[in-house]
Design a protein around this ligand. Structure first.
Ligand SMILES: [Mg+2]
Length: 234
């Protein structure tokens, strides 16, 4: 694995939820429910309105936490601490058995880039034996730029990642299920892979289009297809 890393200029930027595993199970529904509950209490509104805001902010800002901060001045940390307080949550997340083998086969450096909190991302990967395949985890806490939270799909985040990796723009490959993230990454000069393995399982994506947009270089139905792409690009 180290030889593969040393001999390649490629930098894989890989999303976590709904890219490496299906997040719509017990864990994500519990996180969503706790987020809605927090919003209800914080804004003194009913369940339906709070739930609508949770989804709206997630779609508009890339993460509900940022929407709560920008629109209501709610501090980021109490919101995430409450919503992601799930004892033993890692036990409920199941990756497909081939994910580790695929990650181990990809040539180049690999980074997780997720709008989720770091303890959640690291916990999930570690519990499933996948953390060792990644050079670093870029999570929400590391997305503060100029005192602003710049999570995916912000171009400033991609620029920060470029600065960190030191690699050229076309050597970065973003693998993500969310089209908004792929669009800004493509405009930055990255290569883009639209991961659709878990795409149509969740209700949040139900209205999204299924044709390949022009800013998507590769559209894949399973993570296994990344091996072919890796061979082609490296
Ligand atoms: Mg995702």
């Amino acid at each position: 694995m180290f030889l593969k890393r040393a001999n390649s200029k490629i930098v894989w930027l890989i999303d976590l939820d709904d890219t490496l595993f299906f997040s719509g199970g017990k864990v994500m529904s519990t996180i969503n429910s706790r987020m809605t509950s927090f919003i209800q209490n914080e804004l003194s509104i009913g369940f339906e309105e709070a739930n609508r805001l949770r989804v709206e902010y997630w779609q508009r800002y890339g993460t509900t936490a940022k929407g709560m901060q920008e629109r209501h001045g709610v501090s980021f940390q109490p919101f995430l601490s409450f919503s992601h307080h799930l004892p033993c949550f890692e036990l409920y997340i199941k990756f497909n058995p081939y994910v580790g083998k695929v990650l181990g086969s990809l040539i180049g450096r690999k980074y997780i880039v997720t709008n989720s909190p770091k303890n959640y991302a690291v916990g999930v990967l570690k519990k499933n034996g996948l953390l060792r395949y990644f050079d670093e985890v870029f999570a929400l806490e590391g997305m503060w730029i100029n005192s602003q939270l710049r999570c995916k799909p912000a171009r400033l985040l991609w620029q920060r990642i470029l600065d960190k990796t030191g690699a050229k723009k076309p050597h970065h490959i973003l693998v993500d299920d969310t089209l908004a993230n792929l669009r800004t990454a493509k405009y930055m000069g990255f290569k883009t892979v639209w991961m659709r393995e878990h795409f149509n399982k969740g209700q949040v994506h139900a209205k999204q289009i299924f044709i390949r947009p022009r800013y998507v270089d590769f559209s894949v139905l399973t993570i296994k297809e990344l091996i072919k792409i890796s061979r082609r690009l490296c």
